[in-house]
Design a protein around this ligand. Structure first.
Ligand SMILES: NC(=O)c1ccc[n+]([C@@H]2O[C@H](COP(=O)([O-])OP(=O)(O)OC[C@H]3O[C@@H](n4cnc5c(N)ncnc54)[C@H](OP(=O)(O)O)[C@@H]3O)[C@@H](O)[C@H]2O)c1
Length: 257
């Protein structure tokens, strides 16, 4: 129970990697703020309400908060709700992302709207969420921030230059912020997943590309969302108190930093 009574915010926790991490934090005693845009209000698959319901059914504590990480007001409300309901914020996992609208096609030249959409969610979103929690972590003298980037930045897959730019930017943000936050007892690190089998990626990744990636891994099986939970929890735990500004590459040995 490494996270007993700790409060963890995870953006993009209605599906995929964020949801898997939310479950694991709850299992380890955390009170989890499950955040995403979720349009509906019902307990429907792929929503924050479903994640929260599943956590509660297993005896955990969680709160659903509707947030678009492209909107500062939503983000400030997310931090406020976390503190109002659970009294503190110990961990932020910046995970919600925007993805290319036409994956694996040459980037249209120029498509400012598409470029801005990814920059806004993946860079400004991480920055705004981070700054929304800093005052609470500072007041506590301790906090952990984990930024989910991508191992695609190390192999520079073709035809998604805007996505790669944001994902590399998240690593730069992590390193820069580590220098700013250490004096307040706040650690900030990045995790770079490899190709991970979630509903969205299975729909958008061409099968031959997936086979090539898995074939190039040292561990020759598909990466699952649950494979990321352990590394995320480690970086969010007291065991990582002397680690900051780092990137943990979690991809079955597909590429190396
Ligand atoms: N899966 C992979 O192969 C892979 C590989 C490398 C890195 N990653 C990284 O891992 C992270 C999670 O990816 P995933 O594959 O688990 O994604 P996913 O299954 O598509 O889930 C994305 C999550 O983000 C939420 N979201 C999207 N836009 C949002 C916004 N503007 N505001 C708030 N929430 C938003 C979605 O919910 P709503 O749509 O309801 O808002 C959903 O909960 C991302 O940072 C991604 O870049 C994934």
């Amino acid at each position: 129970m490494r996270f007993r009574d700790r409060v963890v915010i995870i953006t993009g926790a209605s599906r995929g990697i964020g949801k898997a991490a939310a479950f694991r934090f709850a299992e380890e005693g955390a009170k989890v703020v499950v955040a995403a845009r979720t349009e509906t209000t019902g307990i429907v698959p792929g929503t924050i309400y479903e994640t929260v319901e599943e956590i509660k059914q297993k005896g955990g504590e969680a709160l659903a908060v509707k947030v678009d990480v492209g909107i500062k007001q939503d983000i400030d409300n997310m931090a406020k709700q976390a503190v109002e309901h659970f009294g503190r914020i110990d961990v932020l996992v910046n995970n919600a992302a925007a993805f290319p609208s036409k994956p694996y096609t040459k980037f249209p030249d120029p498509d400012e709207e598409e470029w801005d959409r990814l920059m806004n969610i993946n860079l400004k979103g991480y920055y705004l969420c981070t700054f929304a929690v800093i005052p609470f972590m500072k007041a506590q003298g301790k906090g952990k921030i984990v930024n989910i980037s991508s191992d695609a930045v190390f192999s520079a897959d073709p035809y998604r230059v805007h996505y790669l730019t944001t994902k590399m930017g998240q690593i730069g943000f992590t390193r820069g912020m580590a220098r700013e936050l250490a004096e307040y007892g706040i650690n900030i690190n990045a995790v770079t997943p490899g190709f991970t089998a979630v509903e969205r990626s299975l729909k958008t990744f061409p099968k031959e590309m997936e086979d090539r990636i898995v074939g190039g891994q040292a561990i020759k099986r598909r990466e699952q969302a649950s494979d990321l939970a352990g590394p995320i929890l480690f970086l969010a735990s007291d065991d990582a108190d002397f680690i900051t500004g780092q990137t943990l590459n979690v991809n079955g040995g597909q590429n190396y930093i």
